[in-house]
Design a protein around this ligand. Structure first.
Ligand SMILES: Cc1cc2nc3c(=O)[nH]c(=O)nc-3n(C[C@H](O)[C@H](O)[C@H](O)COP(=O)(O)OP(=O)(O)OC[C@H]3O[C@@H](n4cnc5c(N)ncnc54)[C@H](O)[C@@H]3O)c2cc1C
Ligand code: FES
Length: 272
């Protein structure tokens, strides 16, 4: 178990339906608020399943912790049915999160519910100290780095949190596969375009969370931009969540690694 991870029983503050099958759950925990880093996850006990379910820390506001989740099966259905003041047993914060590069430009890439951990990351990126970033490779100075999020989903019903990112000063660009909102196509098309048409991307760090197909596409695009540092957060099936059972392994260039312990965030160069 991660050094600072603890098993806690917390009281639910609220469970709110955000869209069709997307829910926002909050609870109070000063301990998680103080120790959690963007990209960390919580392993939640839901009474309908033997195994716990991993869910990312979506947002932290004072000692309120938010989780944004999509109802998929029995575990997330049970969570969606929780009520205010119900108790929730959790272990966390777990996993290795994002390395936050506060002084540099950021491009966040969210695929569907992969947006969940990126809001907490955006909170940290937005709270950066004033710094000097070159305005172009040739020179010039600007006082704060720029942040952008590229959000993609199958259709507009799956696109959430646009306003929250805007409030944190992020530019928001949207893609939907059916064209119901924003650009019609994949979010990775937006990334390709961004890197081709502006030198902003060449000096940015990329942080992505979404399905593996999206990571494969990002890797293809970045073959032409080898110097861009890219971190990927994987959503893998898990058993113990504590590094014991090996249920969550993924292949990397240096052998199989455990998403629960070595990840969920990996550098793109470790994987491809
Ligand atoms: C580190 C980590 C962080 C995560 N953070 C979030 C989050 O913030 N919000 C969120 O909505 N989800 C997140 N997930 C995915 C989430 O854990 C699963 O959706 C959840 O465990 C499904 O449980 P269930 O009992 O509802 O579904 P199950 O009954 O177990 O499965 C129902 C369906 O969902 C699919 N499914 C199950 N688990 C996953 C998975 N890990 N990835 C993709 N498909 C899956 C199955 O193929 C099946 O079709 C995260 C996963 C990991 C590993
Ligand atoms: S889930 Fe058991 S080792 Fe990762």
């Amino acid at each position: 178990m991660k050094k600072e991870a603890k098993q806690l029983t917390v009281k639910i503050d609220q469970v709110k339906k955000v869209r069709n099958d997307i829910f926002l759950l909050s609870f109070r925990s000063a301990y998680i608020a103080q120790t959690a880093k963007p990209g960390n996850f919580l392993h939640l006990k839901v009474n309908t399943t033997i195994l716990r379910r991993p869910l990312s820390i979506h947002r932290v506001k004072d000692d309120l912790i938010y989780i944004l989740f999509k109802q998929r099966g029995r575990g997330t259905k049970a969570l969606a049915e929780k009520k205010k003041n119900d108790q929730l047993d959790l272990i966390g914060p777990l996993g290795n999160g994002f390395k936050v590069k506060r002084r540099e430009n950021s491009i966040l890439v969210a695929g569907g519910i992969g947006v969940a951990p990126l809001l907490f990351l955006a909170q940290k990126l937005a709270k950066r100290p004033m710094s000097k970033v070159p305005a172009s490779p040739a020179g010039g100075q600007r006082s704060t780095p720029d942040n952008i999020i590229l959000m993609g989903a199958k259709d507009k019903k799956e696109l959430v949190c646009e306003e929250e990112f805007k409030k944190l000063g992020f530019q928001v660009k949207i893609a939907s596969e059916d064209g119901s909102k924003g650009y019609k196509g994949f979010v990775t098309d937006l990334l390709k375009k961004r890197l081709r048409t502006s030198d902003f991307g060449l000096r940015a760090n990329i942080y992505a969370c979404g399905p593996k197909d999206m990571f494969d596409q990002i890797n293809k695009i970045l073959k032409n931009y080898k110097n861009i540092n890219t971190q990927l957060s994987f959503e893998q099936f898990m058993g113990c969540g504590l590094g014991v059972c090996s249920a969550c392994v993924i292949p990397t260039k240096t052998g199989y690694k455990k998403v629960c312990q070595d990840g969920p965030v990996f550098n793109l160069k470790e994987i491809y």
